[in-house]
Design a protein around this ligand. Structure first.
Ligand code: AMP
Ligand code: MG
Length: 285
């Protein structure tokens, strides 16, 4: 399927991806067409081993090597300067490329058997909630995707942490289950993100359900007019795992207003807060 330039739904430990041969322009363009994703939003390239990652990059800094040894396979995406073999379609015309080795056994087997890098964004329509089960992918993309591999519910349930190693010190462009504390431990110094994000797609509303999300911090009280309260505070890791399924449930039940008790801004809690704020950012009605 991938060899023939097809597009498949594939499980990873973060969310389900919509994968295609990263070295084929026509295959990669299909991903953008199916998702309705703007062409300047780059894709993450999934590889089976570190040597393939190095081969896609112009330089492979020590920070990238150290992070890859510490966290790959796993939910960490590393951005480095792109090599000459990386397609413009994959990087959205940028001089950098985002790479990761996923931890999911089925994804790893697929990458090893295919023997080439696979470009894969999340397998949802642009701007909508990411899929964490094969059923979510089928519900979102239907017959637009040739095959959906069912690898069960995603372990983590949130998109990967993105670290930009093309700058020194490295910078976290998107929080994920691998925390800034864990990354700082490996690279020593980390620039805290300030100013406009250099990761396209990070600023506007994203991960948006139809219902209105009302984030509730520890000091806030819960408004009386909400239809449901989701508890992200007591167990942030478990909540990260369940979040996108819960948001989909709320939409299926046509709930209008849903309060989310926010976890503390540490560890995976930071990523949960990020996604909840993004889900809350856009009011469709
Ligand atoms: P998704 O796979 O849907 O989680 O989206 C991948 C995200 O990775 C994009 O929206 C970008 O924010 C980020 N990304 C991928 N490649 C790059 C890059 N070269 N530079 C900065 N951000 C990137
Ligand atoms: Mg996405």
């Amino acid at each position: 399927m991938l060899e023939a330039g097809g597009v498949i739904g594939l499980p990873t430990e973060t969310v389900y991806g919509l994968g295609a041969d990263a070295m084929s322009s026509s295959a990669v363009r299909k991903i953008f067409a199916i998702k309705g994703r703007p062409a300047d939003h780059p894709l993450i390239v999934h590889v089976a081993d570190i040597s393939t990652a190095r081969a896609l990059s112009r330089t492979w800094p020590t920070t990238a090597e150290d992070l890859a040894s510490a966290f790959w396979p796993g939910p960490l995406t590393i951005i480095v300067e792109r090599g000459p073999n990386v397609l413009d379609e994959v990087t959205g015309g940028r001089e950098t490329v985002a790479i990761r080795i996923p931890r999911h056994a089925m994804a790893l087997r697929l990458l090893q058997q295919f023997g080439r890098p696979v470009a894969a964004p999340s397998a949802n329509r642009f701007g909508r909630v990411s899929p964490t089960t094969a059923d979510h992918v089928r519900a979102d993309l239907g017959s637009d995707v040739d095959v959906v591999l069912d690898g069960g519910p995603c372990d983590v349930g949130l998109e990967s942490t993105i670290v930009d190693c093309s700058v020194d010190p490295p910078q976290i462009l998107r929080p994920g289950s691998i925390s800034s504390e864990q990354i700082t431990e490996v690279v020593g110094r980390l620039e805290s993100a300030s100013g406009p994000s250099r990761a396209p797609g990070m600023l506007e509303s994203h991960y948006a359900p139809d219902c209105t999300i009302v984030p509730i911090d520890v000091s806030d009280s819960i408004p009386s007019d909400v239809d449901r309260v989701l508890d992200g505070r007591s167990d942030p890791t478990r909540f990260a795992h369940d979040l996108y399924t819960l948001l989909r449930d709320c939409d299926r039940q046509s709930l209008r207003r849903v309060a989310v008790l926010l976890p503390d801004d540490v560890g995976v809690g930071r990523a949960v807060r990020d996604r909840v704020f993004k889900a809350a950012a856009l009011r469709r009605h």
